[in-house]
Design a protein around this ligand. Sequence first.
Ligand code: FMN
Length: 364
Amino acid sequence: MAQRLIHLMTPYQMGSFTLSHRVVLAPLTRQRSYDYMPQPHAITYYTQRTTPGGLLISEAAVISETGLGSPRMPGIWTKEHVEAWKPIVSAVHDKGGIFFCQIFHTGRYSHVDYQPNGQPPISSSTKRMPGEIVLANGKDVAKASVPRALETEEIPHIVADFRNAARNAIDAGFDGVEIHGAHGYLVDQFLKDSVNDRTDRYGGNLENRCRFALEIVEAVVDEIGAERVGIRLSPFSDYFDAYDSNPQALGVYMAEALNKYNILYAHIVEARFEKGVGMDESLFPMRKAFKNTFMVAGGYDGKEGNKAVSSGKADLVAYGRFFISNPDLPKRFKLNVPLNGYDRSTFYHPDPVVGYTDYPFLEF
Ligand SMILES: Cc1cc2nc3c(=O)[nH]c(=O)nc-3n(C[C@H](O)[C@H](O)[C@H](O)COP(=O)(O)O)c2cc1C
């Protein structure tokens, strides 16, 4: 008989939130928010994945018009966005879920077509992201545009946009926010020295490169309270060509700096499949340095997730692709039964049902 995944299914107290298990819905962009507005079909999608006392993190929600870079992403910068999110959040709450909103800005992962008045996208530097992106019409692809490096004096405005987005998320009913500092988007473009070549106080040494992220944390904490703030980081990854010459030092520096703000959780995306990175070794110092809830994500199945919790490597494990294809993932882990496979071709499909809310549930 298959071994039970008892550790993964154990309750956990995250600050004031009582989680009934450790299986978290990872933030997952699904590109079904037409006109950048959250849609009613998201109610079905999120409630399918809600368990009483389960933690869900929303797909990345964009903090301002300059933060757009993919089709059909939901916004969180206007009052209309807030109203559109409300029924989704409230439906998750009705089922007993705990719901955090991931807030982000794409930075150089964008194209002039997405930008107000066709301006260049913003970044920490003028280094262009290699590769192509899908344009707003959802069909054409083009090279990411050459970005413009933010002026030092402009940075407080972007920090203010994160603050506004956090306020909006709380107004929409979310229990908290997760600042997206991972995956080569704007915050990561400041953190990583492969992108950030600034010579002002936001570039150069570690302290300077982390300043933008920490100013965002400070503003968001000030706005909604540290007990409702998490951050996602991927120091060891090189998504969209954002990587660091010393990821270990970056991770530990951030963990220690975040402690000063006493934020609720740190959520680390592991580079478990990348060359030569033995994550078990490299994540440990960061885990040790961070004093509050520590969440991991990246290539976990039930058995590996259970091991991460039982070994003390993490308090919580976020699941992405398997949660797309298994709306009842916690139940499947509880029973330790087989998982549905996922279909990549429909991850970002615009259809409100196909590949979104039509994955089968267990029948017992
Ligand atoms: C379709 C898709 C969309 C994603 N969107 C986001 C996102 O909006 N924000 C984010 O931080 N990560 C995003 N990710 C990364 C996932 O949250 C997760 O870290 C990654 O899929 C690895 O976990 P897994 O192996 O359990 O899928 C996305 C991944 C996928 C497959």
